[in-house]
Design a protein around this ligand. Structure first.
Ligand code: NAD
Ligand code: DAU
Length: 340
């Protein structure tokens, strides 16, 4: 395992993973392959540009010819697939691209993994495939109960990965992670959205009653977990990755406002997300048996994340001042204010 293709590596988690792997393994080479959608951003990898063990190739995982060319050109022996359409709200507005990338794109990568006989294909998936768990925690053997076009597409990708392991012997593993937070997360996701809005004294749009629970884990804990599964995980297996804890959205909003010394009156309850899953929680005993454990609790992850956005305005102001961002924000939030 020496030449790793990190698909979606210009996004939030993929860029953190790329940096983490280059630092941890001095003999590894990482090729980031990314379409550079609205969520892909070369600023996320800016500090790596001159690293001789890093290369960037722009391309679509659903483009078989382009994938083939990068596999051959860089003699790739490992694929870690982060590339996906990832935002639930956007999947409600435009589901087509989710199916194209998260399902069909995964199939194209699996075909390449089969053709080139990679040492490992790793699929980065999500706790959302289990659907909401009102009580207790989801195990890897639980049934998939997807409720949004995003989670349905991710589940489709997972099932295809399993099919390629069973039918063709592709040595594939899957991790299903809880909500990540940390540096370089596109500000459509709730934590960077609330932090950057609060810095600017703008409203924090809390969906519905804000009592939904998410397990906000620190992105580098997730990256470490993927690394452990890549090196110690068993092909054909699925591993959950999260803190096992969780936080209500309203409490997360309060904590952000406290950390930034802003008033709670910035909180604005808005119309709920359709099909909003109430709670996610993962049982992570299986990956812990491989020697992984999270280094941060949700509040610790949140505190570190808030600090990063305070110290890195250069990164998010560029995004939020752009027309593309403003069009999306208006489309998702306009007219959503609750009357009662
Ligand atoms: P992100 O939206 O920040 O980044 C996605 C990246 O994929 C972008 O760089 C984008 O340009 C690229 N991309 C999109 N379509 C592509 C295509 N067709 N071909 C090549 N590149 C393409 O996403 P993220 O939050 O970093 O998530 C990464 C992965 O982790 C996803 O698979 C997601 O489902 C999964 N995941 C995310 C979280 C989370 O909380 N963010 C939690 C668990 C799992
Ligand atoms: O659980 C893992 C998943 O976490 C990943 O697979 C997804 O890629 C990632 O986007 C994330 O999905 P969520 O829907 O949980 O994340 P999001 O940041 O969009 O929302 C988190 C919670 O905050 C959720 O309960 C909805 C709520 N929310 C979100 C936004 C954007 C708000 O209350 N207001 C908002 O403006």
């Amino acid at each position: 395992m020496k030449r790793i293709l990190v698909t979606g590596g210009a996004g939030f988690i993929g860029s953190n993973f790329t940096r983490y792997m280059l630092q941890k393994y001095p003999d590894y080479e990482v090729v980031v392959y990314d379409k550079l959608t609205y969520a892909g951003n070369l600023d996320n990898l800016r500090d790596l540009a001159n690293n001789p063990r890093y290369a960037f190739v722009q391309g679509d995982i659903a483009d078989a010819e382009s994938v083939d060319s990068v596999m051959q050109g860089h003699r790739i022996d490992t694929i870690v697939n982060f590339a996906a359409e990832t935002h639930v709200d956007r999947s409600l507005l435009e589901p087509g691209s989710f199916i194209m990338t998260d399902v069909y794109g995964t199939y194209i990568l699996l075909e390449a993994a089969k053709k080139y006989g990679v040492e490992r294909y790793h699929q980065v998936s999500t706790d959302e495939v289990y659907g909401a768990v009102e009580e207790g925690a989801s195990c890897e053997t639980d049934p998939l109960e997807t409720r949004s076009p995003y989670s349905a597409s991710k589940a489709g990708g997972d099932l295809m990965v399993h099919a390629y392991y069973v039918s063709f012997g592709v040595p594939a593993t899957i991790t299903r992670g809880a909500n990540n937070i940390g540096p370089y997360q596109y500000p459509e996701k709730v934590v960077p959205l609330f932090v950057t809005n609060a810095i600017d004294n703008l409203p924090l749009p809390v969906y519905g009653d804000g009592l939904q629970v998410r397990d906000y884990q620190y992105v580098l804990d997730h990256c470490e977990g993927i690394d452990v599964v890549l090196h110690r995980g068993v092909p054909g297996e699925i591993y959950n990755l999260g803190t096992g804890g969780g936080m209500r959205n309203i409490d997360m909003a309060h904590m952000i406002l406290d950390l930034l010394d802003r008033p709670y009156s910035l909180i604005q309850h808005v119309q709920d997300r359709p099909g909003h899953d109430r709670r996610y929680c993962l049982n992570c005993a299986k990956v812990m048996a491989l020697g992984w454990k999270p280094r941060h609790t949700c509040p610790e992850a949140l505190e570190k994340t808030v600090r990063w956005y305070v110290e890195n305005e250069w990164w998010w102001r560029k995004i939020k001042s752009g027309e593309r961002w403003q069009t999306y924000y208006a489309r998702n939030y306009a007219g959503r204010e609750r009357r009662s």
